[in-house]
Design a protein around this ligand. Structure first.
Ligand code: SF4
Length: 359
């Protein structure tokens, strides 16, 4: 049986690459544009590409992987958030699942995508970190999550008042994106390619736990918006909460953030999940205020979404609000992230576990 993983993926081709393939198949290059018009709407099923001649459809089906992901479940929250669970379709990979979330509001539609099945890093408060690491995603599997959400919006439009399109992408789903550097960089290139989604770097945010050398290379390759999972500004506490800190500590992270090339009027976001008695004390506030560079950074305080078996509890609303006020009083921009999709457990890794629980 042919190993389909050796075929190119329709989800990861730009116009030039597909034109070259068309020529090798003895087909006119202009057909490539027609194919990508369908693909970019989220349609990867060749049989649905209505205006394509039969020989083109046959060549696509015979030579390309056209379905890198299979939708397993979709859940809709009352606030419009949609959460998707996908099975990988690479050979021998179909038991591996990943998840993506669409977060619509009035002015934008943001898709949160995964970069790995599970995560190699073991942040103890994070649900994905407690799950088995099952491997890196390919660039096609990363970008196909956005295609699948676009397809869903075609077939199941948003309720009135919510943005009907995908306008922003955040790499904040399962996995540490910079631990899958090559595929993630390739996926960024595709998202920004003018024959693909042609997204500006200002509409893409990559969230990392702080892999310092990779952040430097990201700044050189595709300086998209950056978010850092900080969660503590005290080295010995961060060593536990975000264990990559043992390798790249706060001082090396500080220097790297100072040097990261920011787009005009953009800030680096420091993500800080509020954990009761762990990182919400007076000394934590003091350390965080000293760490932040207010000219270039802002702090996003996140309410902890607890999950079955978690050893951590979220800080109370009063504590979160007092922490935010304390930062603001020191001239630091601080926001409390609005919780979206709580009723469908829209935090990292949770839908996947729910599915495994009923399997
Ligand atoms: S917080 Fe991010 S880096 Fe840490 S275990 Fe979870 S997914 Fe991985």
């Amino acid at each position: 049986m042919e190993n389909i993983t050796t075929r190119p993926d329709l989800a990861s081709l730009n116009l030039l690459q597909l034109q070259v393939l068309m020529k090798t198949w003895g087909l006119p290059a202009f057909r490539a544009k027609q194919v990508l018009d369908w693909r970019n709407k989220g349609i990867l099923d060749v049989s649905l590409m209505k205006n394509l001649a039969e020989p083109v459809k046959t060549a696509l089906e015979a030579n390309l992987n056209t379905q890198p992901l299979k939708l397993v479940t979709k859940q809709k929250s009352e606030d419009g958030t949609r959460k998707y669970l996908f099975a990988l379709q690479r050979q021998n990979q179909s038991t591996k699942h990943i998840e993506s979330v669409l977060i619509p509001d009035e002015s934008r539609g943001t898709v949160c995508i995964s970069s790995q099945a599970g995560c190699v890093l073991d942040c103890p408060f994070c649900h994905t970190g407690t799950q088995k690491f099952e491997g890196n995603l390919t660039a096609a599997e990363i970008v196909a999550q956005v295609l699948a959400v676009k397809h869903d919006l075609l077939t199941d439009p948003m309720d009135q008042g919510l943005h009907p399109m995908v306008t922003h992408i955040v790499y904040m789903g399962m996995g540490e994106p910079l631990a899958n550097e090559l595929a993630v960089f390739e996926s960024l290139d595709l998202l920004m390619d003018e024959s693909y989604f042609h997204l500006s770097r200002r509409r893409i945010t990559l969230s990392t736990s702080g892999l310092v050398p990779q952040i430097v290379r990201l700044g050189d390759h595709a300086p998209v918006n950056l978010a850092i999972s900080l969660h503590s500004a005290i080295n010995h506490d961060r060593d536990t909460l975000v264990p990559i800190n043992q390798k790249h500590d706060l001082s090396s992270l500080r220097q790297t953030l100072n040097d990261y090339p920011l787009a005009k009027k953009r800030h680096i976001t420091l993500e800080y999940v509020m954990l009761k008695g762990i990182n919400d004390r007076a000394e934590d506030l003091l350390a965080l205020s000293k760490f932040v560079n207010p000219e270039r950074e802002r702090v996003n305080l996140i309410r902890f979404n607890t999950y079955p078996g978690s050893a951590y509890e979220g800080s109370s609303t009063d504590t979160v609000n007092a922490f935010a006020k304390g930062l603001i009083s020191k001239g630091i921009r601080a926001t409390v992230r609005r919780s979206r999709g709580d009723d469908i457990m829209a935090a990292c890794g949770q839908l996947k576990t729910a599915k495994q629980g009923i399997a």
